[in-house]
Design a binder for this molecule. Structure first.
Ligand SMILES: Cc1cc2nc3c(=O)[nH]c(=O)nc-3n(C[C@H](O)[C@H](O)[C@H](O)COP(=O)(O)OP(=O)(O)OC[C@H]3O[C@@H](n4cnc5c(N)ncnc54)[C@H](O)[C@@H]3O)c2cc1C
Length: 381
């Protein structure tokens, strides 16, 4: 046996799983095909939104709570600033389905929030060009996560705790035997008691057929615009936001560099990104339609931004059919634990998912109430 646990993929979630596992065991190894926080993973593009007021199942709330505490622990342990609290705005039509669903989830899970009527919203956040019937739900604990710092910090913390990190080591195969899990990369093989698969958009290559059938790798596009007045869009003055009006949606983050504001089109509710066949060569150029759409929405929603894209990029993420992650053992007798399929929304909870994966894979604790993310939900078809 080479070690108790291997984590395959040291991106957003795998880096956190390795960090957490390194606190629980002195026998953990991380494999990364490239290098941790390399620019083409789902952690690419500098920032991700963190929020506690969240549209979706209330069951995510305990994971978000756990994640919030762990982001602070990662900062304290590594001395890095990772989560900048900016507050968050979800803007939509008062009494429309977006705001109503958001409030229903928020009230049922008890997340701290405040409803801002149009007048107060316009006064406090004049950056947003509002419609007469707009309102917002303000999330005081939302903020912006620095992705590269987060992943690098988690890997450094894992190393400091004694974890082995094998970078530029792409795993080609994992085979379960009676004695453990055999992992191969090129001509090398290792045997581990258990393995966590956290290889993001690339995970389908290591998955059984029934999970390949219910997953797709999507390409998600990010765009940045220059602020006419940088102070108006600074982290102190401009909360992270998500806005929905009819079939137009936009989300973004303040100018963490003092100049450029992230403002990108989101799929209405759950339709983020498009399928892409090869996660390793996601087309980075935007299509003319993509450019036209985001420019038109930004011109309308955020008139304080110069309405031309100054930077854009695209990154892969693994989506499941029901848009919930694959977090748990492949099946009850398996030694392979999945931590993938975060469907365009995993980063905010990366620390929490990493904690759950490490504790469960090392047999330290099983977390209840997660039936909706367990991979065996797709077994029954
Ligand atoms: C553009 C974009 C915007 C997003 N915005 C938000 C947001 O605002 N808020 C939010 O919460 N979420 C957001 N998400 C979602 C979130 O970023 C992803 O769900 C999350 O980053 C996925 O992490 P991952 O660890 O599964 O994948 P990754 O971070 O891609 O990590 C996978 C790693 O595995 C490695 N790897 C692959 N194959 C192998 C192999 N065979 N052997 C070894 N290593 C391997 C890769 O090199 C990579 O480093 C966004 C996603 C994208 C793409």
């Amino acid at each position: 046996m080479d070690a108790e646990l291997a984590v395959i993929g040291l991106g957003s979630i795998g880096s956190m799983a390795l960090w957490q596992a390194s606190r629980l065991s002195d026998s953990v190894v991380g494999f990364e095909a490239a290098t941790p926080a390399h620019g083409r993973s789902a952690a690419g593009g500098d920032t991700r939104l963190f929020r506690m007021v969240y549209l979706g199942r209330p069951d995510y709330y305990p994971i978000m709570e756990r994640s919030r505490g762990l982001w602070a622990e990662l900062e304290a342990e590594t001395g890095q600033d990772i989560l900048t609290r900016t507050g968050g705005l979800s803007i939509g039509t008062a009494n429309g389905s977006f705001i109503n669903s958001l409030l229903e989830t928020t009230r049922s899970n008890g997340a701290e929030h405040r409803v801002l009527g149009r007048e107060e919203l316009a006064e406090r956040y004049p950056q947003h060009n509002l419609r007469p019937d707009d309102c917002a739900v303000f999330d005081p604990r939302a903020g912006v996560l620095r992705t590269d710092r987060a992943v690098s910090a988690a890997v450094a913390a894992a190393r400091a705790n004694g974890a082995t990190v094998l970078q530029n080591t792409p795993v080609d195969g994992i085979t379960e035997t009676d004695h453990g899990v055999v992992v191969t990369s090129g001509d090398s093989t290792w045997t581990f008691e258990r393995v966590i698969v956290a290889s993001g958009g690339w995970s389908r290559r290591l998955m059984p057929d029934h999970l390949k059938a219910v997953t797709e790798t999507h390409r998600i596009v990010l765009t940045w615009f220059v602020a006419q007045d940088g102070r108006q869009f600074s982290p102190e003055n401009f909360p992270v936001f998500s806005r929905l009006y009819g079939d137009r949606s936009l989300y973004g983050a303040p100018a963490v560099d003092g100049v450029t504001v992230k403002a990108s089109v989101d799929g209405p509710l759950d339709g983020r990104g498009r399928e892409t066949p090869d996660p390793g060569s996601v087309p980075r150029e935007l299509t003319p339609q993509e450019i036209e759409k985001v420019t038109e929405i930004v011109t309308d929603f955020l008139p304080g931004l110069v309405p031309t894209i100054v930077r854009s990029d695209a990154f892969p993420d693994l989506f499941t059919e029901d848009r919930h992650p694959l977090l748990g053992w492949l099946d009850e007798n398996s030694r392979v634990y999945c931590a993938t399929g975060f469907s365009g929304k995993g980063f905010k909870m990366a620390t929490g998912y990493g904690w759950i994966a490490a504790h469960e894979a090392l047999g330290k604790e099983t977390v209840d109430g997660l039936g909706f993310v367990r991979p065996n939900r797709f077994r029954t078809r």
